[in-house]
Design a protein around this ligand. Structure first.
Ligand code: ATP
Length: 421
């Protein structure tokens, strides 16, 4: 069977004027690719008179055209009119669609929304249980066209309800199974090199493919094809290479791992942050329900502040500097005591671009760990790139280590073997 091809077109002046960012292209293309559909291109087009020629071009080029957006009730939403021209038919009011709409949303009756129940004559209406605008689908020559609404929840809902089942039932294109993992502190090119080397090392990986998505605080890795056993053995090899703590199965974040551990153990946690200025607190408080375990984070940037609020002895700062094992430990111990927390961590480092020395170059970060009745710990890192990335890596490392530390694992020993950068 030859591979099916697709073109995805997101319609909306908001997209081409830079007001919103297209998320449908990425979602649809990854779902189509999973089903062995080859995506020729992803376009973003304004709602204007050029749409018709662009739609026609896509129909000529692909077996599948997926159009998103522009199905709303206002006059600037023209996708349905343009599709009627594309199919060479008039728009027809579908009474059944209209009845369904006002049954769901009685306030709509008699309003401009009636337009939304108009579908190109040659097409089948797709009822939209996720919102008002119905979608529609039809066939032009050998090309199947889907028009789906633009609001993200509606687009994903309608895709799951109609588009993907169509691919599976009609085209017999089922999703290849995927194993997802979340990787921390590891650079994209380094990960790519590792995957490539691994794939080349063993023919069993030949029928498996990988893809990555770089996110702010992690990289998501998707392993596709072959069997689950093979995908898991690939993942285990990566864990061995980079450290199991840095290669977590599933779609997880460092803050969700730490939050889960705190919630599970019923323990409380506080942090003291110097070069990250409260970033760790921002991430932890983004998790709903975090007040159950997170007491707070002291953004203790200046030395005087560390001294006053965390009771870091001036002598430590004078003797070892604020970026030192001693200071990191004193900060963690200080916030543990002041906050009466069960566990605490601290972050102190040189995020740059200035302030580095030969002994303590930019990127030097000490993470301190303290726990009630425990000996505190300081761990040194050297993170790369720039200020932003050093700060992000610092909070991720602090959260990963705290999670291990409070579970009683030897955090220090573990991260000696980390391969990050
Ligand atoms: P309705 O008008 O009923 O909401 P519609 O099909 O006309 O549906 P649009 O008006 O095109 O949808 O988009 C509605 C909203 O959905 C946009 O304001 C935007 O917030 C979001 N949206 C639309 N297209 C995209 C896209 N490609 N990526 C991300 N968000 C989008």
């Amino acid at each position: 069977v030859s591979e099916k091809s697709a073109v995805i077109i997101s319609v909306g002046t908001e997209l081409t004027e830079g007001i919103i960012r297209d998320s449908h292209g990425a979602f649809l293309s990854s779902e189509l690719t999973r089903r062995n559909v080859s995506v020729r291109r992803i376009e973003q087009l304004p709602d204007d008179e050029n749409l018709l020629s662009q739609f026609s071009r896509a129909v000529a080029d692909a077996d599948l055209l997926i159009i998103t957006g522009g199905l709303g009730p206002t006059t600037d939403d023209i996708t349905r009119e343009v599709c009627a021209s594309l199919f060479g038919t008039a728009l027809e009011l579908r009474e059944d669609v209209w009845e369904m709409m006002i049954k769901r949303y009685p306030a709509l009756s008699g309003r401009a929304n009636r337009r939304q129940a108009m579908i190109p004559g040659a097409c089948e209406a797709l009822d939209n249980p996720f919102g008002t605008a119905p979608g529609f689908t039809g066939v032009l020559g050998t090309t199947r066209v889907f028009a789906l609404p633009g609001p993200p929840k509606e687009l994903t809902g309608m895709s799951n309800l109609y588009l993907f089942p169509f691919l599976e039932k009609e085209l017999k294109l089922s999703a290849r199974e995927v194993t997802e993992a979340s990787l921390f502190l590891i650079g994209e090119s380094r990960l790519e090199d590792a995957c490539r080397a691994l794939a080349d090392s063993n023919p069993v990986y030949a029928s498996m493919s990988w893809g990555t998505r770089v996110q702010e605080y992690r990289i998501s890795l998707y392993l596709r094809g072959s069997s689950e056993e093979v995908r898991l053995s690939f993942l285990q090899a990566l864990q061995k290479r980079f450290g199991a703590e840095l290669v977590q199965p599933g779609d997880v974040t460092a803050d969700s791992l730490l939050s889960a551990a705190l919630l599970e153990t019923g323990a409380s946690f506080a942090a003291a942050e110097s070069c990250t200025g409260g970033l760790l607190g921002v991430l932890l408080t983004a998790v709903p329900g975090s007040s159950a375990y997170f007491l707070g984070s002291c953004a203790s940037y200046a030395d005087s502040f560390k001294e006053k609020f965390l009771h870091v002895p001036r002598e430590i700062i004078n003797r070892y500097g604020a970026v030192s094992e001693e200071c990191a430990r004193a900060m963690a111990e200080g916030v543990l005591a002041a906050g009466e927390a069960d566990w605490a961590c601290s972050i102190t480092g040189i995020a740059g671009p200035s302030g580095g020395t030969d002994e303590k170059p930019v990127g030097t970060v000490w993470i301190g760990l303290a726990g009630k009745g425990m000996k505190s710990l300081g761990i040194r890192f050297l993170f790369g790139y720039n200020r932003d990335s050093i700060r992000r890596r610092s909070v991720v490392a602090a959260m990963v280590l705290t999670e291990k530390y409070l579970r009683g694992l030897d955090a220090l020993d573990m991260c000696r073997f980390w391969q990050y950068s």
